[in-house]
Write a protein that binds this ligand. Structure first.
Ligand SMILES: Nc1ncnc2c1ncn2[C@@H]1O[C@H](COP(=O)(O)OP(=O)(O)OP(=O)(O)O)[C@@H](O)[C@H]1O
Ligand SMILES: [Mg+2]
Length: 284
């Protein structure tokens, strides 16, 4: 049995702000397996970024259990969590978050510094990774000398240079025009397919979400649906805009601590619609 890359059980996150509590996540359970391609979708403020921060160990849950790379986050000190993050997770954000005065190759090499990799090897690995994202000819450009799409590709190379198990991308194409965004999306999908890194991507775009094999819809801090689709990319047609589980979709982790419900009942999607030939189980 392989260990899940990330496992969240009834995870919640409440922010305290000026004496007011904001329940950003209210009990979310999900498992991310090796090599999956997962789209996370939901309205603004529904908790998607909060969820991504937790899944990546950038933040800790207020309640519930979170296991990253087989290790319970609650049992780790801050430095241990940072190390686990460095070893397991790559992040790509909407704003690229590159170091402005630093060349592409040194931006990409940075996570390897924390790994204790020697300078020469860092540069070699960073240059090779930049080659994989099509930027072998831009190693020494600084971010402001690169286009938006190129900057995001540098950020992707930086996220992957450590060979993480999971790449978490929070609206990675949100700051890009549609053509550039499409190129970045194709790059992420190719890296997911080639290197086996699990890709979990937040998107506002239904068509983008429809390309993923698994789709998680978040609303009001809860997972509203979590479905695996037989034919990713085919989804646009026939799928309700709300991302309710489509007839061809299989609910994924409907069991157990469903959002706010103690009963383990089936999420309803499959049972309700019946038609479900062979979409089940393992992704990837
Ligand atoms: N640091 C914080 N302190 C207080 N409240 C916060 C904080 N971060 C997020 N929130 C609140 O938590 C809720 C979820 O925020 P989150 O950023 O996860 O939403 P989102 O789904 O990513 O939205 P968007 O699509 O706009 O990026 C929102 O109501 C937000 O205002
Ligand atoms: Mg967000």
């Amino acid at each position: 049995m392989t260990v899940a890359a990330i496992e969240a059980v009834d995870v919640s996150r409440t922010y305290e702000l000026d004496g007011v509590s904001v329940s950003a996540l209210r009990g979310v359970s999900l498992t991310i397996d090796q090599g999956e391609y997962v789209a996370v979708i939901g309205p603004s403020g529904s908790g998607k970024s909060t969820l991504m921060h937790l899944l990546g160990g950038l933040d800790r849950p207020s309640g519930g259990r979170l296991v990253i790379g087989g290790r319970d986050v609650a049992s780790l000190t801050a430095p241990e969590l940072a190390t686990l993050r460095n070893e397991t997770i790559g992040f790509v954000f909407q704003a690229f978050h590159l170091l402005a005065r630093t060349s592409a190759v040194d931006n990409v090499a940075l996570p390897l510094v924390y790994r204790g990799v020697g300078a020469r090897q860092r540069r070699e690995r960073a240059a090779a990774m930049l080659g994989r994202v099509g930027l072998g000819h831009r190693l020494h450009h600084r971010p402001n000398q690169l286009s938006g799409g190129e900057q995001q590709r540098v950020a992707i190379a930086r996220a992957l240079v450590t060979e993480p198990a999971v790449l978490l991308a929070d609206e990675p194409t949100g700051n890009l025009d549609s053509v550039t965004g499409e190129a970045v999306l194709e790059l992420l999908e190719r890296l997911n397919a080639e290197s086996g890194v699990a890709l979990v991507m937040v998107t506002h775009d239904q068509e983008v979400a429809a390309r993923a094999r698994r789709r998680i819809a978040v609303r009001d801090g809860l997972i509203r649906s979590d479905t695996v689709h037989d034919r990713p990319g085919s989804a646009g047609a026939g799928e309700p805009a709300t991302l309710d589980p489509a007839p061809s979709a299989e609910p994924r982790s409907a069991s157990g601590s469903g959002p706010g419900r103690p009963s383990g009942g089936s999420g309803g999607a499959t049972g309700a619609t019946g038609r479900l030939p062979h979409a089940a189980g393992g992704a990837g």
